[in-house]
Design a protein around this ligand. Structure first.
Ligand SMILES: Nc1ncnc2c1ncn2[C@@H]1O[C@H](COP(=O)(O)OP(=O)(O)O)[C@@H](O)[C@H]1O
Ligand SMILES: [Mg+2]
Length: 394
């Protein structure tokens, strides 16, 4: 969708801001450009909508060489969001959002209708905020209006230059999450500039890590974090990249352990036997549809003379996650519930129990996922030396 071919930009004073850059962004893909200040991110972005012309090389949009497209026509195909937002202070939120439809000569009513729809989409109730002026909004709300305005003419491409850079970290995270949800709906081709590696990792389908005017690595967040291509990238992503990688690595079925399983209506005697035969200290308890109910500790079944069913002794299990949730969330859930394991369920089948994730298996999953990415094979096929299970003492 967007293709850079050997693009170089030298400014009049001799500064080479971008040096022989080649990359491609697929349709519907969100690519983050990340790097320190002054490395050429904004220059890259502004060449796409011809606010800056390259010195050498070509840029193609949907196969068309953009140097042959009239800049005004070109910009209609490209939404542009910047940190300073640039809302017109004397226009209302609704009017600001309808700017582009207005410029495109849409009928006033249609433009306002579209603007209201978009304000809704970015989480601003048009009946509350539509008639306000930009100064009557918080920083986060202004950024949302900026995003709504960029989407107004439904351009296939969005350029976003540090759009959430000016708001505090809490609001920024909220805007990022909202934007991800929005992007899942609108599926634009997005180039997103940031100097914040956390943001780049959270948002990007792929990330381009910039050195001085050049891309040092262009890959998925998990690969950049797990296998930095150069010492520069390793340094840039930080010493805690293993921890960061937890947030972009999903739980897979091959990561799970299979503990003994009993059902609510099983007799205690059956449960006792199953625990004993597997030498386990607890079993997972499922309901009649094989959905997670909870767990039962071995001591509840230890009395061989005990009568009744598992149901009376089962404990509810709050520490569970759907398959595909990030490992970081698994770790957080373990800590939150002070749990030595969490249950993993299948969201698709309304909660069927799939297995459990333990801290040792979580660590293993992370190590295997790094190897899997490095060798481009499924994680399930990677063997690592397993961490010996620590036998309970006493
Ligand atoms: N108009 C300009 N004239 C000369 N140098 C510029 C101009 N704009 C940017 N630069 C320089 O080009 C380099 C890249 O700038 P920029 O693309 O804005 O970086 P970033 O967005 O990554 O912070 C910097 O060294 C900057 O000082
Ligand atoms: Mg910049």
């Amino acid at each position: 969708m967007i293709r850079f071919e050997h693009v170089t930009k030298r400014y009049a004073d001799g500064t080479t801001a971008v040096d022989d850059l080649s990359f491609e962004v697929a349709e519907g893909e969100l690519v983050t450009l990340v790097g320190p200040s002054g490395c050429g991110k904004t220059t890259t972005m502004k060449m796409v909508n011809r606010l800056i012309e390259p010195t050498e090389g070509g840029i193609f949009l949907d196969g068309d060489d953009i140097s042959t497209i009239d800049p005004v026509q070109l910009r209609r195909r490209i939404g542009y969001v910047i940190q300073q937002v640039g809302l017109f202070p004397h226009k209302t939120v609704l009017e600001n959002t309808a700017t582009v439809p207005h410029l495109l000569g849409w009928k006033r009513g249609k433009g306002r209708e579209r603007a209201a729809e978009l304000l809704d989409l970015v989480g601003l109730d048009p009946s509350v905020y539509g008639d306000r002026y930009p100064e009557q909004l918080s920083g986060g709300q202004r950024q949302r209006v900026g995003v709504a305005r960029a989407l107004a003419a439904d351009p296939p491409v969005l350029l976003m230059d540090e759009p959430f850079g000016a708001v505090d970290p809490v609001v920024r995270e909220r805007l990022q999450n909202e934007f991800l949800k929005l992007q899942a709906q609108v599926r634009k081709t997005v180039l997103f500039v940031t100097h914040d590696i956390e943001e780049a990792v959270r948002l990007g389908d792929r990330i381009a890590v910039y050195g001085q005017g050049r891309i040092e690595q262009f890959d998925s967040p998990a690969t950049v974090l797990g296998a930095p291509a150069t010492p520069y990238v390793a340094d840039f992503v930080g010493a805690d990249r293993g921890l960061k990688r937890l947030s972009v690595t999903p739980i897979e079925e091959s990561d799970l352990d299979q503990p003994p399983v009993v059902h609510l209506d099983d007799s205690l005697a059956t449960a006792t036997e199953r625990l004993r035969s597997q030498g386990a200290r607890w079993a997972v308890v499922l309901d009649g549809r094989d959905n997670l109910h909870g767990w039962i500790p071995a001591d509840a079944t230890a009395d061989a003379t005990a009568k009744g069913t598992v149901r009376e002794h089962a404990r509810r299990m709050e520490a569970w996650l759907p398959l595909g949730a990030p490992l970081k969330q698994a770790f957080a859930t373990m800590l939150q519930h002070d749990a030595g394991w969490i249950a993993v369920i299948d969201k698709e089948s309304e909660g069927r129990f799939l297995g459990v994730l333990t801290p040792a298996r979580l660590h293993e999953a992370l190590r295997r996922s790094i190897d899997a990415d490095a060798h481009d094979v499924p994680r399930a096929e990677v063997a690592v030396e397993t961490v010996a299970t620590i036998a309970p003492t006493g």
